[in-house]
Write a protein that binds this ligand. Structure first.
Ligand code: NAP
Length: 280
């Protein structure tokens, strides 16, 4: 098994490009043990980037992550997100404390504004910078920001210290390739592709199944390998099923040949013009 590919953030931190999402985890007590096990299986296999949010299961997903990484803290890159309505100075510090309590840790590696709200970016950025200064987070970023939002962000004091933008990006949603991906790459801002399996729909897509069948691998593996093909992108599939975790991990070892890439290009054509960023 090859090691998980990495990318280097602007501040020199080396981050795995294949990690794990946690949306819909922590919603049902009956699923908790299986969710903890799935995350541990991924960690055992080097998928050391874990993405969560205060929104997921109302703190439940952060708590599942906290249990899964207990005793594992070193070497794990932990990402969490705060609600836009917690983006003011007064509420953000409390939200961060709430996330740290659920996660059972002292710091969050990357803390993201989940989507853009009504609080002025200046206020959010200055509070995030303060959270960095006091060590509660290591760095910060945004999610669901299109190019115009990013332009505005880097225009506010400290906004150019944004480390990452997490966006909907997969074979069925290639819009970011037109402008957002190159924009972020030019500034050293990491792009994290969320819903890389299109929330579980892509592994059932006929075109993907045809390519996967020829290669003798699960279709999900092909979808993730295609995203990993671009060294600028990190990918965070969510899986509670251990078989799914193993297939997703295997994507890091799959090299798509020219025939596979051409077939995917035909079935999922790249954007030819600007498309507003799609969100879930
Ligand atoms: N920033 C944002 O606004 C935002 C929005 C959406 C998502 N996210 C983040 O991105 C993560 C991933 O996105 P997502 O959860 O929306 O969707 P996803 O990762 O594209 O798909 C998850 C679904 O695919 C299934 N699956 C996983 N691996 C599979 C495999 N190898 N074969 C077949 N099916 C497989 C999962 O089933 P099982 O669970 O049963 O294994 C689950 O139903 C989230 O969990 C979250 O952390 C962020």
């Amino acid at each position: 098994m090859a090691t998980i590919p990495t990318l280097t953030l602007r501040d020199g931190e080396v981050v795995p490009r294949l990690g794990m999402g946690t949306w819909h985890m922590g919603e049902r007590a009956a699923n908790r043990a299986a969710e903890v096990e799935a995350l541990r299986l991924g960690l055992d296999n080097g998928m050391n980037l874990v993405d969560t949010a205060e929104m997921y299961g109302d703190g439940g997903a952060e708590s599942v992550v906290g249990e899964a990484i207990h005793g594992w803290r070193d070497g794990i890159f932990l990402v969490s997100k705060f609600y836009p309505h917690h983006a003011s100075r007064r509420k953000l510090i409390a939200a961060c404390d709430g996330s740290l309590a659920q996660l059972g840790g002292e710091t969050i590696d990357l803390y993201l504004l989940h989507w853009r709200g009504t609080v002025a970016l200046e206020e959010t950025v200055s509070t995030l910078e303060e959270l960095v200064r006091i060590g509660k987070i290591q760095r910060w970023g945004v999610s669901n920001f299109d190019v115009a939002d990013m332009e505005e962000l880097v225009g506010v004091p400290g906004g150019d210290r944004c480390a990452a933008n997490q966006v909907l990006y997969n074979l069925a949603h290639r819009g970011p390739e037109f402008d957002l991906l190159p924009w972020c790459a030019a500034r050293g801002i990491e792009v994290m592709a969320y819903s890389p399996l299109d929330e579980g729909r892509l592994p059932r897509h006929p075109a993907l199944l045809t390519v996967a069948q020829r290669l003798g691998v699960p279709a999900a593996e092909v979808a993730l390998a295609w995203l990993l093909h671009d060294a600028r992108v990190a990918v965070i599939p969510k899986a509670s099923d251990p078989g799914h975790v193993r297939a997703n991990r295997a994507a890091a070892d799959l090299r798509l040949d020219a025939e596979a890439l051409a077939a995917l290009e035909r079935a999922f054509p790249p954007p030819r013009r600007k498309k507003p960023l799609e969100v879930i």
